[in-house]
Design a protein around this ligand. Structure first.
Ligand SMILES: NC(=O)c1ccc[n+]([C@@H]2O[C@H](COP(=O)([O-])OP(=O)(O)OC[C@H]3O[C@@H](n4cnc5c(N)ncnc54)[C@H](OP(=O)(O)O)[C@@H]3O)[C@@H](O)[C@H]2O)c1
Length: 231
């Protein structure tokens, strides 16, 4: 479970733990180790950066050593960087792709040796990966790439009995969206048919049942209050 130190990742980990799963929480923040141990004996924490393959190899090995393998991988770690294409900072472009797209690819290939028949991979996409939001070229390109990667992996890994799906949250209240002005938030909420932001727990619940849905692979599961329908 990557990006588990806060926001959606924290909620997905908490939901899985509450429903009886054992979870390895991964994030860069070294506090993840202590935070996980406070969650009880079914959780461990590993400080790792998903852009660094050696880190992610260590995290996957730690999870497998602790629990005897990896059944479910959730690629949730992500960052948002804005900027119109004519003025965007190239470091932001590279960092976005390295984290939101390169991170899941590296995590999948390091988790695979520990996964087997019945395994499930959940990638966390974004509406921005399917629609053109001005100023979101870095984020949109990285999340569109993740949608493509999900489809390739669904086909490649089917023969190993591993399913791969993309859960697409809409507009959820977390640190990532906290920085937006009230005006910007209201403008987005006005486009959401359900007229509200989502709760992290609502996304976590969807991730949990997608992980257990044995005839679902290569799917895009919109969890966005209807946002994409209205764009
Ligand atoms: N919030 C929304 O409205 C929304 C909508 C659509 C999609 N999403 C997606 O949902 C996911 C979670 O977003 P969020 O809203 O929960 O964001 P958040 O509150 O900013 O949390 C991001 C998480 O990712 C971790 N992370 C970032 N870079 C990392 C790296 N290089 N290596 C390891 N961990 C890293 C962070 O931990 P550290 O800083 O400790 O590493 C943190 O735990 C992201 O993929 C995001 O794109 C969010």
């Amino acid at each position: 479970m990557t990006g588990a130190s806060r926001g959606l990742g924290r909620a997905i980990a908490a939901t899985a733990l509450a429903r009886g799963d054992r979870v390895c929480l991964v994030a860069r923040d070294k506090g993840i180790v202590e935070a996980a141990s406070a969650l009880g004996q079914d959780a461990i924490g590993v400080a790792a950066d998903v852009t660094r393959e050696e880190d992610i190899r260590r995290a996957c090995a730690a999870a497998a050593e602790q629990w005897g393998g990896i059944d479910i991988l959730v690629n949730n770690a992500g960052l948002h960087r804005g900027g119109r294409v004519d003025s965007l900072d190239l470091d932001d472009w590279e960092q976005s792709l390295a984290t939101n797209l390169g991170g899941p690819m590296k995590t999948v290939r390091n988790a695979l040796p520990f996964m087997g028949e019945g395994g499930a991979i959940i990638n966390i996409g974004a509406v921005v990966g399917f629609r053109g939001f001005p100023g979101d070229s870095c984020y949109g390109a990285s999340k569109a790439g993740l949608a493509g990667l999900t489809q390739v992996l669904a086909v490649e890994l089917a023969r190993q009995g591993i399913r791969v799906n993309l859960v697409v949250p809409g507009f959820v209240s977390t640190e990532m969206t906290q920085g937006l002005s009230e005006r910007a938030k209201s403008a987005i909420i006005a486009k959401i048919p359900l007229r509200r932001m989502g709760d992290a727990e609502e996304i976590a619940d969807v991730c949990w049942w997608v992980a257990g849905s044995t005839y679902m692979t290569g799917s895009v599961i919109m969890t966005d209050g209807g946002l994409m329908c209205s764009l």
